[in-house]
Design a binder for this molecule. Structure first.
Ligand SMILES: Cc1cc2nc3c(=O)[nH]c(=O)nc-3n(C[C@H](O)[C@H](O)[C@H](O)COP(=O)(O)O)c2cc1C
Length: 425
């Protein structure tokens, strides 16, 4: 597709699939867009400010509960707000929860012990869990209650539906009525749902994605983030389509398609359900470098083709420390999601994340998140460019070592120093 640069001031017609178009200016008028507002504290010694403004959503810090078990019901989402998470994304909901049938066990873990010891630290987590199996009405009542009790906190609904315009419109309407602040659309669940043309089946097919994003963005009046699957050759393609089709942001990554392992006693794969298994989604520390790679690719694409002040990026994958989160922000992420990390360490993890993020900011004298967001992105280049840069650097070092490169470079003033620069001992 041809590159395009969107300006916040110009009205852009964006394809909504099926031959239709969405007027971006009209849509942004409906949604207050406040991504990327640069705030500089006047006093450099003041406490670092962790607050962020993403698509007009104000969060006390950039740490967001990623969709999954940590956002599965009222009790746990309330706990997340009380502990201080910047925002909560609920477990993905669809119209008919009766179609969602989970199995147990549905998790399997990888430990990094010496010689394959099962006692080492957990570094990888596989799940074959589906989206929420709780009735939609129950989830909607809980969203409403949470928004009534925490009107200033950001609650994001994760939604997924079958390839059916009416179903998407009904879901959006019913969820919006609860007062949630934004949608994250799950175009990325790798197991179970693709069999029903949902989740990753949409995120892996750009034509389908464009059409479905068109339906969603013509209906939704709150910001929409498209959650991307890493199970695709080039993640920038669906990310570009989602943004061009009216989404305000992209979130990456969902889990990576995996087989956790085979039990060498029973010869059966894990997680083992009645002797059988199915490939599942991989998460936790082991996926962090892969997630950074995907987020870097999306961020570069967004920077070169879109007005990044108008669109947002949410980094997800293997975050357990403030440093892990900083890496996503240095690549350009506006917010950072945590799912498996919360399952392993509990909701109090946010306090450690905030304190480690502050330590990093103090060390570098950053007073706001915007001051360092995207700072590391320009340092990614092509391998060919690395070769060119290294060749140049070696030539320069040789020149310094060997002194003058040519007799014409001798000067009268620096004559003695120039002579010394060419002596070997
Ligand atoms: C048990 C489990 C259930 C999940 N359920 C959902 C879901 O319902 N919707 C969704 O968009 N992502 C879901 N995810 C994916 C996470 O939100 C996240 O994208 C992924 O796990 C990578 O981040 P992490 O390493 O912090 O867990 C789930 C992940 C796990 C581990």
């Amino acid at each position: 597709m041809a590159a395009m640069s969107l300006s916040s001031s110009s009205s852009q017609m964006i394809s909504s699939g099926g031959g239709g178009f969405v007027d971006r200016e009209l849509k942004t008028r409906r949604r207050w867009s406040g991504v990327g507002v640069r705030v500089r504290a006047s006093d450099a010694k003041a406490e670092p400010d962790l607050s962020v403004s993403v698509n007009g959503l104000h969060m006390p810090n950039p740490f967001v509960i990623g969709s999954g078990p940590p956002g599965t019901n009222y009790t746990v989402m309330k706990r997340a707000f009380d502990e201080g998470w910047g925002a909560v994304i609920a477990k993905t909901v669809s119209l008919d929860a009766a179609k969602v049938i989970n199995v147990t066990p549905r998790y399997a873990r990888l430990r990094a012990g010496a010689n394959g010891s099962t006692k080492g630290q957990i570094i990888g987590w596989e799940n074959i869990e589906l989206i929420s199996d709780r009735p939609l009405e129950t989830m909607l009542n809980e969203f409403k209650k949470l928004k009534e009790e925490y009107p200033d906190r950001i609650l994001i609904a994760s939604i997924m539906e079958e390839y059916n315009k009416d179903a998407w419109e009904e879901l959006i309407e019913r969820v919006e009525e609860t007062g949630v602040d934004a949608f994250e659309v799950n175009f990325s669940c790798p197991h179970g749902m693709p069999e029903r043309k949902m989740g990753a089946a949409v995120g892996q097919d750009c034509a389908l994605l464009e059409e479905v994003c068109g339906w969603i963005n013509a209906k939704a009046t709150i910001p929409v983030w498209a959650k991307m699957t890493p199970n695709i050759t080039d993640i920038t393609q669906p990310a570009r389509v989602a943004l061009r089709s009216g989404c305000e942001g992209v979130a990456a990554i969902n889990t990576i398609m995996s087989v956790m392992g085979i039990n060498l006693d029973t010869l059966r794969p894990e997680p083992c359900v009645e002797g059988y298994s199915t490939p599942g989604g991989y998460s936790s520390k082991a996926v962090h470098p892969i997630a950074l790679g995907k987020v870097m690719n999306i961020a570069k694409m967004m920077k070169s083709e879109f007005n990044i002040d108008e669109y947002s990026l949410s980094g997800i994958g293997g975050v357990e420390t403030g440093g892990d989160a900083v890496e996503f922000i240095l690549l350009g992420a506006n917010s950072v999601q945590v799912c498996t990390g919360v399952m392993m360490h509990g909701y109090g993890l946010v306090k450690k994340l905030c304190s480690e993020l502050k330590d990093f900011m103090r060390k570098h004298n950053f007073s706001s998140i915007e001051e360092f967001r995207g700072l590391s992105l320009p340092y990614f280049t092509t391998h060919t460019d690395l070769v060119r840069r290294q060749k140049e650097a070696i030539q320069q070092r040789k020149a310094i070592k060997q002194g003058l490169q040519s007799d014409k470079d001798w000067t009268g003033d620096g004559f003695v120093k120039e002579t010394e620069s060419m002596v070997s001992n």
